[in-house]
Design a protein around this ligand. Structure first.
Ligand SMILES: NC(=O)c1ccc[n+]([C@@H]2O[C@H](COP(=O)([O-])OP(=O)(O)OC[C@H]3O[C@@H](n4cnc5c(N)ncnc54)[C@H](OP(=O)(O)O)[C@@H]3O)[C@@H](O)[C@H]2O)c1
Length: 347
């Protein structure tokens, strides 16, 4: 069958994308004009309004972690936009949708392009009350913070339990975890390596600020005083080992990240003598029902206006610089990437 007139127009439609190409000393990012037939196969064609900048995006842009297998590649692990075409009955043109994880931006082309073609299974409806920009201000970071808190709750955490630690607190996952825990009524201790962010963290709801240096090394003993009732850890490495040694009896740590390192040098004593739980958090392959429910709860607890207050906006051109900044631990809160907002073509 011949393609329809509309399909023919669409196939020649051009759009901007950040393309990573492999060079001898690592991937190089350039802004390119692509056409729709450059996009991979998929049931749903999207106009991408916003993407985001996560730690993993920084790794991909800098060629770290062997996350991308084939070049040329369009990175961007998050995207939010409008359905233009759908061969899947679950989505129709005009629907507002969000995609995070599913290895999009890693082994599949991602959100750093004005158009994306993706599998319908990867999409969820835009959460109630968020604009596409606000959905990306939350992004993988907000979704992961919500999953981490739900894992702690599933293991018995309640607001009267005591002090809850958030490590890497001024980063994306950390900032949103502090906000959410404070709104749920927890006493939050925020760990940061940047004392200048103390006022910011108090505004988000932290009751105490702890300098990173106090937890940065492996603990002096396998067990310390039982201080923490729970922890959302985005740092990993020696800080996670230190936190485990200071957990109260039967309490849990939600391990989300590795901003401070992937190696975990610890003993089994916190697990054996204190019944401490180390809970793994994975946002990438989280099943759809849980994903939708967590996003809706996130949007209820953290209204879009509050997300706006911790969010900066950049364009595709800015990404190579900001990739270095996020890997160096220099980004505060969240960063959205503007692609092709609904009003951009008429503006
Ligand atoms: N499991 C999942 O599904 C999942 C999902 C999202 C993210 N993650 C992971 O979670 C981590 C945080 O992601 P993000 O997007 O929130 O990144 P981010 O915005 O860069 O936040 C990381 C924060 O960690 C702290 N930090 C940075 N380098 C450090 C170091 N060497 N030692 C100790 N603390 C350090 C900094 O906070 P302070 O300056 O306040 O100390 C920094 O802002 C990353 O490792 C990411 O890969 C995992």
């Amino acid at each position: 069958m011949l393609p329809s007139h509309e399909t023919l127009i669409r196939m020649t439609e051009s759009f901007k994308a950040l393309l990573l190409e492999q060079q001898p000393d690592g991937p190089e990012a350039t802004i390119r004009t692509l056409s729709l037939d450059d996009l991979p196969a998929g049931a749903v064609l999207l106009q991408v309004h916003y993407s985001g900048l996560n730690y993993k995006d920084g790794m991909i842009l800098r060629g770290q972690g062997n996350l991308v297998r084939e070049y040329p590649h369009v990175p961007g692990i998050d995207l939010a936009g409008t359905v233009l075409e759908s061969a899947d009955p679950r989505f129709a043109p005009g629907d507002s949708v969000v995609l995070t994880g599913h290895r999009v931006g890693e082994i599949h082309w991602g959100g750093y392009a004005e158009r994306a073609r993706v599998r319908a299974d990867w999409l969820i409806p835009k959460p109630t009350g968020y604009s596409t920009r606000q959905a990306m201000a939350a992004g993988t970071a907000g979704f992961t913070a919500m999953l981490a808190i739900e894992a702690l709750e599933d293991h018995g955490l309640r607001p009267d339990a005591g002090e809850i630690l958030v490590t890497g607190a001024s980063g994306g996952v950390g900032s949103i975890a502090v906000c959410l825990l404070a709104r749920l009524g927890y006493a939050v201790t925020a760990v940061t390596g940047r004392p200048e962010n103390g006022e910011y963290l108090h505004r988000l709801g932290a009751t105490q600020i702890l300098p990173r240096s106090e937890l940065a090394q492996t603990p002096p003993k396998p067990l310390l005083g039982e201080r923490w009732a729970g922890c959302v850890d985005t740092v990993g490495g020696d800080m996670l080992a230190h936190v485990l040694a200071g957990m109260a009896y039967g309490r849990s740590v939600a391990a989300c990240g590795l901003a401070g390192g992937a190696q975990l040098r610890t003993t089994v004593l916190p697990f054996l003598l204190r019944g401490v739980n180390l809970l793994g958090i994975d946002s990438v392959l989280c099943p759809t029902e849980r994903r939708r429910a967590a996003w809706e709860r996130l949007a209820t607890l953290l209204p879009g206006d509050d997300l706006d207050a911790i969010t900066a906006e950049i364009g595709l051109d800015d990404l190579p610089y900001f990739a270095g900044q996020i890997l160096a631990g220099q980004i505060r809160g969240r960063t959205v990437v503007r692609l092709d907002p609904e009003d951009a073509r008429t503006a």
